[in-house]
Design a protein around this ligand. Structure first.
Ligand SMILES: NC(=O)C1=CN([C@@H]2O[C@H](COP(=O)(O)OP(=O)(O)OC[C@H]3O[C@@H](n4cnc5c(N)ncnc54)[C@H](OP(=O)(O)O)[C@@H]3O)[C@@H](O)[C@H]2O)[C@H](O)CC1
Length: 409
């Protein structure tokens, strides 16, 4: 099957290089007897390191699938010295996905290539953003997409939230297995993202996890008492002092595309403070809370050297512009709340979800960037290196902490 690369208005030498590398991979695949499907999406951007980054998701149909053949073809790629790095080799996620897709005989692989030579300013580097409007969506498009999704669901906001949560949970459970990270603290906001957080907790519970939800403020959509009664999921209205002791992963379902870009409102300060300072890995739904929807971590947060640094980002429908600044471990796209043709019809290229999946891995980051001395991103590893299976015990003075009394109650 032919492989087509779209949006070829990028720097010619980068395109040539990209094609060369992709062709080499594809040739290796055909040698291995695998029929090649499609390359989607294809994007080029300039990372903050100054290097050019090219991303593609390769989908393959496997006519004569044997795990051994695929392992041999994919897990031992021939590197081109000094030219690019494979990210998929570094993560055992790849292995998991191989197993996962073996039944549908479709395999999706993320390929992320980084030129070792920093690009020159003004030669397509900063312009690369405008060169790839098809890979990322503006806040306006994202908000309209949610409006359209709700209309498509017959104004059933709950259904839209549930579909988004199914995709999000699919991504999350690939990264944090129930055996390693059973307790998940879901921080919910007042809007649609918070509702997706609630459905996330419900779906996680169904899968054997031990979730709890947190609300700083009443939700527009959820009756908190029903979550506790109907689903037996604890609901917090404060941030527990012992959070890092009891919970292994934190889901950031606070603010999404409805964030107004202004200062964070006072009721959320405590939980926001926790989200920017926690040593536990954060999985953000759609947009890391507090990030500018277009530019990412906001100057005001950077000044304070504090912004939410998720390890996992799951973009709903299509990645927002701000996700270019995501430097955590895994970036997924998820959600069947809109048909995948929705974005295609708008000329926006989104990756196809394989088989019955509600999500697909878009990239796994080999990067790290530093802002005001704060590192974000860890090549080849989960970002939150402090994440541990054996939580550190914390001694607290219970007389100093009224919240703890509430918890003990
Ligand atoms: N929510 C609806 O009734 C509808 C939403 N529609 C579309 O969906 C998107 C997203 O909806 P929204 O609920 O706004 O999404 P979020 O989860 O991101 O909600 C965030 C809420 O957070 C509040 N907010 C905004 N800025 C701040 C801030 N600086 N600090 C703290 N909190 C903030 C805000 O709630 P308020 O009560 O404060 O107004 C947000 O609601 C939306 O963009 C629409 O496109 C559909 O239109 C259908 C109805």
């Amino acid at each position: 099957m032919p492989v087509s690369l779209h949006h070829v208005s990028y720097r010619p030498q980068i395109i040539r290089l990209g094609r060369l590398i992709l062709s080499a991979i594809l040739q290796a695949l055909s040698v291995a007897g695998l029929v090649c499907g499609r390359v989607n999406p294809y994007s080029l951007s300039k990372h903050s390191s100054g290097c050019y980054l090219m991303e593609a998701v390769l989908s393959f149909t496997l006519p004569n699938f044997t795990p051994g053949r695929v392992m041999a073809a994919f897990l031992q790629p021939q590197p081109v010295p000094g030219l690019y790095r494979h990210s998929f080799r570094q993560h055992n996620l790849c292995r998991r996905r191989l197993v996962r897709f073996s039944s549908s005989r479709t395999l999706n692989l993320n390929v992320r290539m980084l030129s070792d030579t920093p690009g020159q300013q003004g030669q397509g580097g900063e312009n690369a953003q405008s060169n790839q409007p098809n890979a990322y969506v503006t806040p306006e498009v994202a908000q309209q997409a949610m409006i359209d999704a709700i209309a498509l669901a017959g104004d059933d906001v709950q259904r839209v939230a549930e579909l988004c949560a199914i995709g999000f949970v699919e991504a999350l459970t690939q990264c944090y297995k129930v055996s390693d990270a059973p307790a998940v603290f879901v921080v919910c906001g007042p809007g649609l993202t918070g509702l997706i957080g609630v459905y996330t907790a419900i779906k996680l519970k169904e899968k054997g996890y031990d979730p709890a939800v947190h609300f700083s403020h009443p939700s527009k959509y959820v009756d908190k008492s029903s979550i506790r009664k109907k689903y037996d999921i604890p609901v917090y209205e404060f941030v527990p002092t012992t959070l890092e002791f009891y919970f292994q992963v934190i889901v950031d379902a606070l603010l999404g595309v409805g964030f107004d870009g202004g200062d964070i409102h006072a009721p959320y300060w405590q939980v926001f403070e926790m989200l920017i300072s926690t040593r536990r890995p954060i999985a953000s739904i759609d947009v890391p809370s507090g990030w500018d929807l277009t530019t990412g971590p906001r100057p005001i947060d950077r000044t304070a050297a504090t912004f939410i640094k998720p390890e996992l980002l799951v973009s709903l429908g299509a990645p927002k512009l701000c996700s270019k600044m995501f430097a955590g471990a895994f970036h997924f796209v998820a959600g069947l709340h809109l048909p995948q043709s929705y974005f295609e019809e708008k000329g926006i290229s989104v990756p196809v979800f394989p088989g019955d999946s509600h999500t697909v891995l878009l990239s796994s980051s080999p990067f790290q960037f530093t802002e005001n001395g704060e590192a974000y991103g860890k090549p080849g590893q989960f970002n939150a290196t402090l994440y541990t299976k054996n939580p550190r015990r914390q001694w607290v003075d219970i007389d100093d902490d009224m919240d703890l009394w509430d918890e003990l109650d």
